[in-house]
Design a protein around this ligand. Sequence first.
Ligand code: CP
Length: 308
Amino acid sequence: MKRSVIDIVDLSAQELEELVATAEDIIANPDKYAHACDRKKLATLFFEPSTRTRMSFEAAMYELGGHVISVSSAMSSSAAKGESVADTAKTVSCYADIIAMRHPKEGAAYVAATNASVPVINAGDGGHCHPTQTLADLLTIWREKRRFDGLTIGLCGDLKFGRTVHSLINAMSRYPGNRFVLISPEELKVPSYVKRDVLKQHNVPYVQTTDLESAMPELDILYMTRVQRERFFNEEDYLRLKDSYILTPDKLKNAKQDLAILHPLPRVNEISVAIDDDPRACYFKQVLNGKFMRMALILKLLKEAGTL
Ligand code: CP
C-alpha cells in the first residue's frame, strides 16, 4: 500500500528503530543494497533551497542503484506559471516511483501526498516538519550513545521556527527517561502547541532557559540550530537575534566529555569552526547519517508500495 511520510509521527518508535537497523546494515554491507532499487526513479522536488537534503536523497537513490529526476527550484518548474502542488504531484507520479519534496509552505507535503499516486517524503515544509532530518539525528544519537532513552537533550537557538527541533522533540519524547533543556531567546521559544501536545502530553520533563553556559554541564546531547533569516518577517528582529548563541571552545569547558554536539546545518555563525576538530562535534557525521537513513526510508516505502 502506498504510504507517505509527512511528519515524524507517521513512523512508530518500532519503525524508527527498524530504519536505524537497516541504516546500520547498509553501512556495514553497502554491496548488498547496490542494486536494491534498479530501474526505480526518485523525483526530488525542491521549491526551497537545500544542499544536504536534496543531495543526500539523490546520493541515496544512486547508491541503491536507482535513478533521480529533479526540480531544483520553483522558478525552473511550472510552479512559476502558477501550477498547484496537487497538479504537480499528480504529474510527477506519472514519471517517478517515489517523490521527495521541499516547499516553503506548511502543509504542502501533505497536499502532495494526498494527490500523488506514489509515496511522498516531506523534505521540509516551511516551519512545520522535516522528518528525514530527524532520521539523520536519530541515527547520529544512536551511533554516539547506543540508546534513545535516559538522555538530557539541550536544544539551542531558534526553537520557534526550527522544524528540525519540533520533529526531534516528537521523536525523543517517546522514549523513557529523556528530558529537554530548551535554550533560546524569549522571542524564539518552543511554540506552546509543541509543549502542550508533545512534552506535557507524554509527561516529558523540560526546562526553558536563555543561558547556554549554565545548562552545559548536564547535557548528553547539545542540538544547536541556526536563527533562520528566511522565517522572519522583520529584518531588524533577525539582526538582533541572529548571534544569540555562538558555541566556542571556551563554552565547552564545563561540558561532559561524551557530549554529542549536533546541528542540522547549514550553520552560519552559531558553532565556531574551532569546534569542528573536537571529538564531540558530530554534525558532519550527521550529514552522512542522513544519506543512510534516507536509503533505508526509500527502501521501506517502495517495498510497502509494492514497487520493489
Ligand atoms: N539540514 C538541512 O535540511 O539542510 P539543507 O537545507 O541543506 O537541505
